[in-house]
Design a protein around this ligand. Structure first.
Ligand SMILES: [Cu+2]
Length: 498
């Protein structure tokens, strides 16, 4: 079930369809087709059948709308499994329209929700907030910017895929709580924290920081010259395949592009436990937006993309045409997925599913070079909240020493400028996501800078990252790690906007 190739023409048709489905006047909800339908289906992966989910919209998977459109209509769960849909990146969806909230509950099989909210422009997505996210219960939620211009939009949804059930994956992870001895381990040199105990793994979250949370973010500066020896690792799930628009590189989607044309790749990392590096060899891609928010254009050979994040890349197709792979390589691994942009008649060579050499772990080098084109207004923080990420024995991941359900919400007032400083003394990276808001990255390792506006930021081991946001709509918003199995085992909290 590949996402349809979103040529400009297709986009125009899709946009029109979405517009037609918007509720207005005497439109009768009772007899109308649902806007979005969650379905169970069988997907062929490497010649073997897998039961997965898909979210069908007016013109293919998910929604492709245009700035000013509303998401308005019914969401039907036509699958046999309860679903919890999260509108990832949407800042105008009222708290009670997002089931991914503390009192949200599940949408039962056969049940419908009514959605009605102004879509947030940019490359966003919708996904399950339970383990079924692993079974591809996710789809693009793209709202084309009014100033997007004459470009061909190509949406690329990445997934990590396993034939095992997510429950089995989680059980296996719980059975191996010692993270230090993994084959994927990379020794972190020159990274350490004051007061950290290096004598072994099983780091006790807050305790690992020397017995207390810093009184202010500046006291918690990390990533500066520490003795090495810590083992940082990624990829604690052994996946069977990595998918781009639900296909592997053995049988990739080929998107037709025009000679001399300009393409905007809208890449979504729907992987539950996998960060990727994105590359478009030979086309000099430049990043113009992250998590749907525009940034000062940046060129790079490979762009890191953590779980939950999106990146928009502009590439110019040569006037001579050809075939151009868009590749997503797993961090700390040679494995990769992708698709191919090809002009008419171009021959498409087979692309190996394994790269010549592995990538490293995602770090913050790229993040430190990003700058939002629409930053937050400079303002002193009204509230500063230190967030200590923790790891405990038995695959238990914590926020300020507590798993979800044990802790009281972080309380903020609507309109307040809030700064959160994430500190990560654990052995794994944590892509931290806040619901219902966009935030700006304003500090890395204690260095202040006006960085990207995003909704999900990677916090690698032994690093600290500070984000700022203006507290938005009143309600309870999740703050969590976008590694599905970290979230499921506790790394989630609530920001209560009063
Ligand atoms: Cu995590």
């Amino acid at each position: 079930m590949p996402i349809p190739n979103l040529s400009r023409r297709a986009f125009l048709a899709g946009g029109a369809a979405a517009g037609a489905l918007a509720v207005s006047g005497g439109w009768n909800r009772a007899f109308a087709a649902p806007l979005l339908t969650v379905e169970s289906l069988t997907l062929d992966v490497n010649g073997k059948a897998a039961k997965v989910f898909a979210v069908k919209g007016p013109a293919g998977e998910g929604i492709f709308a245009k700035e000013g459109d509303r998401l308005s209509g019914a969401v039907l769960n036509a699958s046999d499994t309860p679903a919890v849909m999260h509108w990832h990146g949407q800042i105008f969806a009222p708290p009670d329209q997002d089931r991914a909230r503390p009192d949200g509950g599940e949408l039962a099989p056969g049940g419908t929700d009514q959605g009605d909210f102004l879509l947030t422009p940019g490359t966003h997505w919708m996904h399950s907030h339970t383990l079924s996210e692993q079974q591809l219960l996710a789809a693009p939620l793209v709202t084309r910017e009014a100033d997007a211009g004459e470009v061909q939009d190509v949406v690329v949804m990445l997934h990590d895929f396993s034939f095992r059930s997510p429950e089995e994956i989680l059980a296996r992870l719980g059975g191996s709580s010692a993270h230090g001895g993994h084959g994927m381990g990379v020794t972190m040199q020159g990274m350490a924290m004051p007061g950290m105990d290096h004598s072994g793994h099983g780091m006790g979250g807050m305790g690992a920081m020397g017995g207390g949370m810093p009184a202010s973010p500046s006291a918690g500066q990390m990533g500066h010259g520490m003795a090495g020896g810590m083992m940082a690792h990624a990829n604690d799930v052994d996946y069977d395949a990595f998918l781009a628009n639900r296909r592997t590189l053995a049988d990739p989607e080929t998107v037709q592009v025009e000679k001399g044309g300009r393409v905007r790749l809208r890449i979504i990392n729907g992987g539950t436990a996998t960060a990727f590096f994105i590359s478009v060899p030979s086309l000099k891609p430049r990043c113009i937006a992250v998590d749907g928010s525009p940034c000062v254009p940046v060129e790079a050979d490979a762009f890191p993309l953590a779980q939950g994040q999106r990146i928009d890349l502009i590439v110019d197709i040569p006037t001579g045409g050809g075939a151009f792979p868009v590749l997503a390589q797993v961090e700390a691994s040679p494995r990769r997925t992708g698709l191919v942009l090809a002009t008419a008649g171009a021959s498409v060579a087979r692309i190996a599913e394994s790269a010549d050499r592995p990538q490293g772990l995602v770090d913050l080098t790229f993040e430190a070079h990003l700058a939002a084109t629409k930053p937050l207004a400079p303002r002193k923080a009204d509230r500063i909240v230190p967030i200590m990420l923790g790891e405990e024995a038995g695959y238990r991941w914590t926020i300020n020493g507590r798993i979800y359900g044990e802790a009281k919400p972080f309380e903020v007032s609507s309109g307040e400028r809030v700064e959160l400083t994430f500190m990560n003394p654990t052995t794994m990276s944590h892509p931290m996501h806040l619901h219902g808001h966009h935030f700006q990255v304003v500090g890395i390792g204690g260095r202040r800078f006006p960085g990207a506006v995003r909704d999900t930021v990677m916090v690698p081991p032994q690093m600290s990252v500070t984000i700022a946001f203006d507290a938005g709509a009143k309600g309870e918003w999740f703050l969590h790690c976008h590694h599905l199995y970290h979230m499921a085992t506790g790394m989630m909290a609530v920001v209560k906007v009063a």
